[in-house]
Design a protein around this ligand. Structure first.
Ligand code: NAD
Ligand code: IPM
Ligand code: MN
Length: 355
């Protein structure tokens, strides 16, 4: 039976990198005889909002629930729709309602890409950020009082549950245990955020009791960001709350030369609901429409999708294909963020021809 994938390009460069992501998925499916059925949707975009007054149709949950995976581009067009409206009306709904509580974000210095950190070579930066993806600082608990007056108060609570925290920690420990270095770093801030974060540290230690073979350390988020820049080679698996993980998963890829290559998997590990695969980056209004966005973040996310659906060999082939093109270093094919003069489509086609 075919595996069904919902394709949602979204906004801005999402609409430019998605065709390349689809090109590669289809090429991989052909080569490895995988029966994929792709269906495209125009919702979860700001254009849809401008037409319908909402980001999603009323029956979006029923529409998407039956798919094996969701392949998303990027969403957000702050010029026409405020970001909190577009994001809370789409991506953040998907993550929560489909209980995609793991946001897995690999960060790897790829061949042929110059790190902005002096002297760093491929192999020096190779870690995962495991981001809690459904609670924490991204809560809808809070409110406003005395709006518009001098006494205005705004409150937004951080919500951490034992269930929600332990399940992301367990995933991170399992991942660390499966890697050669078996190392886990916890992002904390238990010096200043004195209720939730000391408790987070306790949960990290409690889960660690089940994983004696994993070496654990922790850093407060401020020095952790500094260490990402100074000592990226220290890290193997980094586990973080929703907001800390968001920040670390832009900083890490920036250390690998461009956020344009960074992928992410929003995973519901139980498979009760579809998981969602999207690049880490956003809709990049500053370069949208120019056809120069790097499609590798989208394509690598597609590789994660293939692996999630059980096609490990195809996923590895996709990664090898974009690594080969990067290693070639043909400037006419590479996009400007990685030092070339090429287009999104040229890079996508070059990768496809390697498959
Ligand atoms: P952004 O990631 O869109 O862009 C940040 C910078 O990185 C820009 O200079 C952009 O040109 C560059 N960049 C991003 N992707 C690139 C690529 N593939 N190739 C080359 N350069 C690339 O972040 P932003 O500017 O903060 O956000 C723009 C919009 O996207 C906002 O509406 C924001 O809310 C939204 N956003 C959405 C997602 C998502 O859909 N998952 C993620 C982040 C931001
Ligand atoms: C990401 C994005 C989103 C997040 C935004 C757009 C809501 O930055 O996927 O990293 O904060 O999770
Ligand atoms: Mn982010």
């Amino acid at each position: 039976m075919a595996q069904r994938i919902a394709v949602i390009p979204g906004d801005g460069i999402g609409k430019e990198v998605m065709p390349e992501g689809v090109r590669i998925l289809e090429a991989a499916a052909r080569r490895f005889a995988i029966d994929l059925e792709l269906e495209a949707f125009d919702f979860a975009s700001c254009d849809y909002y401008l037409e319908h007054g909402q980001m999603l149709p009323d029956d979006w949950f029923e529409t998407l629930e039956g798919f094996d995976a969701i392949y998303y581009g990027a969403v957000g067009w702050p010029e026409t729709v405020p970001d909190h409206v577009s994001l809370w009306g789409s991506l953040l709904q998907f993550r929560r309602r489909f209980d995609q509580y793991i946001n897995l974000r690999p960060c790897r210095l790829l061949p042929g890409i110059q790190s902005p950190l002096a002297g760093r070579e491929p192999g020096d930066i190779d870690f995962y950020v495991v981001r809690e993806n459904t609670e924490g600082e991204y809560s809808s608990v809070g409110g406003k009082m005395f709006e518009g007056t001098e006494r205005e108060i705004v409150i937004q609570e951080t919500v951490m549950t034992r269930h929600g925290t332990d399940r992301v920690l367990k995933f991170a420990y399992e991942l660390a245990r499966s890697r050669p270095r078996k190392k886990l770093t916890s992002a904390t801030k238990s010096n200043g955020i004195a209720i939730t974060m000391p408790w987070w540290d306790e949960r990290v230690a409690a889960m660690g009791a089940h994983y004696p073979e994993v070496a654990v350390d922790q850093f407060h988020i401020d020095i952790l960001t500094a260490n990402f820049v100074m000592h990226p080679d220290w890290f193997d698996v980094v586990v973080a709350s929703n907001l800390f993980g968001d920040i670390l998963s832009d900083l890490g890829p920036a250390c690998t030369g461009t956020i344009g290559v960074a992928p992410s998997a929003n995973i519901n590990p139980e498979g009760t609901f579809p998981s969602l695969f999207e690049p880490v980056h956003g809709s990049a209004p500053d370069i949208a429409g120019k056809g120069i966005a790097n499609p590798i973040g989208q394509i690598w996310s597609g590789a994660m999708l293939l692996e999630h659906l059980g096609h490990r060999e195809a996923a590895d082939a996709v990664v090898s294909a974009f690594e080969a093109v990067l290693r070639d270093g043909d400037k006419r094919v590479l996009t400007p963020d990685v030092g070339g003069t090429g287009t999104t489509e040229a890079l996508g086609r070059a990768i496809a021809s390697r498959l």
